[in-house]
Design a protein around this ligand. Structure first.
Ligand SMILES: Nc1ncnc2c1ncn2[C@@H]1O[C@H](COP(=O)(O)OP(=O)(O)OP(=O)(O)O)[C@@H](O)[C@H]1O
Ligand SMILES: [Mg+2]
Length: 392
């Protein structure tokens, strides 16, 4: 007999082409109406204008036509709102995890990697292929892992954590290291824009998120799931889960360094990193003002209490370099050195304030890529060398 149950049963066989799971278990089937042999189903797509909607429509129609009593199938498409989309992705992760744990083999086929671009005007073809060492993510959290996890922290916002993360990642990578960036600033994620990476999250055949791969860096950010201007409303426990998933559900290649761009302040995420990734070390970013350094002190205090090693301090926006070589200390001086002395760690470097730094970040071309011989780039490359000498 033709009823909702038999329709949903038939639709179990239809998989979302990107998430590789049944559209029924992903809650994408919104409404089913049966009028004699005429069946109408409404499917909620994860994104508007999903390029794969034709495939979903065709698959739904094909499966329903197999049922006896179905003469005509009509598929209407709607779009999930933000909360539903997050719920769906989360459900997909959980299910993929459960499948792996129970040894079920993934039925998925490989999907192509997200597109990455060097600048908004020059899109490049995807550059990531199957990478060596996939599935090492769980290992990266382990103390025995060879990957050095560096959290980039600050007490207050806007001091340049994300800028430092992006440029330091590139500087480390140019020195021969294999580098990944995890944008754990869930609310204020910006690494996608800084690296000029775009495209929705893609899953590989093992149901793992494929990182963006751009400027030589493997990168994962909330920007893969939601557009940058959209507000995220997750609270503590959900944030912790997300962090865990960024470690365990991502097809990270083998990495020498994983740089984690932390949200400003001393909140849940910094603590979570300290607790879950015991060997994670911290880099403190501050501006030269006394007040900024004092605030950064709190971030350092949390790290100390969590027995997390602080590798050193990076002072950003330290000075403006005048045409004749003079340094104009627009934000005062001494903050970085004071913070470093307080924690008895080195001041790793001072990054000048340069308009090219900001422009580069806005264009998706960090200054270490667009102008590797600038004063700021020199500082980033020097810091990368010092870090490699200090921590390996
Ligand atoms: N050395 C620099 N010279 C010029 N502009 C800079 C420099 N460092 C950062 N900026 C600019 O300052 C702004 C803030 O930097 P950034 O976003 O990296 O800070 P943040 O600490 O990550 O901020 P948030 O706390 O909001 O995440 C950006 O517009 C960035 O381009
Ligand atoms: Mg930031």
């Amino acid at each position: 007999m033709l009823d909702q149950r038999s329709i949903l049963g038939a639709l179990e066989a239809v998989h979302d082409p990107e998430l590789h799971q049944s559209i029924v278990s992903l809650n994408m089937v919104r409404e089913v109406t049966i009028d004699h042999g005429h069946v109408t189903v409404d499917i909620a797509l994860t994104v508007e204008g999903c390029p794969l909607h034709q495939q979903i429509t065709a698959d739904v129609t094909r499966e329903l036509k197999k049922l006896s009593g179905v003469d005509q199938v009509q598929v209407t498409l709607s779009v999930m709102d933000e909360a539903e989309r997050r719920e769906t992705f989360s459900r997909a992760f959980q299910r993929a995890k459960a499948q792996r744990a129970s040894g079920e083999t993934a039925t998925a086929t490989a999907v192509k990697a997200p597109s990455a671009s060097n600048s908004p005007s020059t899109r490049k073809a995807p550059v990531i292929g199957p990478l060596p060492g996939q599935g090492t993510a769980q290992g990266m959290m382990a103390e025995s892992s060879a990957t050095i996890v560096l959290g980039i922290a600050s007490g207050k916002g806007g001091v340049g954590k994300s800028t430092v993360t992006a440029n330091l990642a590139i500087a480390l990578s140019r020195s021969g290291a294999r580098v990944g960036v995890m944008d754990m600033d869930i609310y204020g994620f910006s690494q996608g824009r800084m690296f000029g990476a775009e495209g929705q999250a893609q899953m590989n055949e093992h149901e793992k998120i494929v990182p963006w791969h751009v400027h030589g860096i493997s990168l994962v950010s909330m920007g893969m799931f939601v557009p940058e201007h959209q507000a995220i409303v997750w609270r503590g426990p959900m944030l912790g889960k997300m962090m865990q998933q960024f470690f365990t559900d991502v097809a990270w290649p083998e990495l020498d360094y994983l740089l984690v761009d932390l949200p400003p302040g001393t909140g849940d995420v910094a603590l979570d990193i300290a607790q879950k990734v015991r060997k994670a070390k911290l880099l403190l970013v501050t501006t030269p003002q006394e007040v900024a350094a004092n605030v950064a002190h709190r971030a350092g205090d949390v790290a100390s209490r969590a027995q997390q090693e602080i590798v050193g301090v990076i002072e950003n926006m330290s000075y403006v370099l005048c045409p004749h070589g003079d340094r104009l200390e627009v934000f005062g001086s001494g903050g970085g050195q004071k913070l470093a002395s307080d924690f008895n760690v080195p001041l790793l470097g001072q990054i000048p304030l340069e308009s090219d730094v900001r422009q580069g970040s806005d264009r998706g071309l960090p200054i270490t890529v667009s102008n590797p011989h600038s004063a700021s780039s020199d500082a980033f490359f020097a810091i990368a060398r010092t870090i490699r000498e200090a921590v390996g």
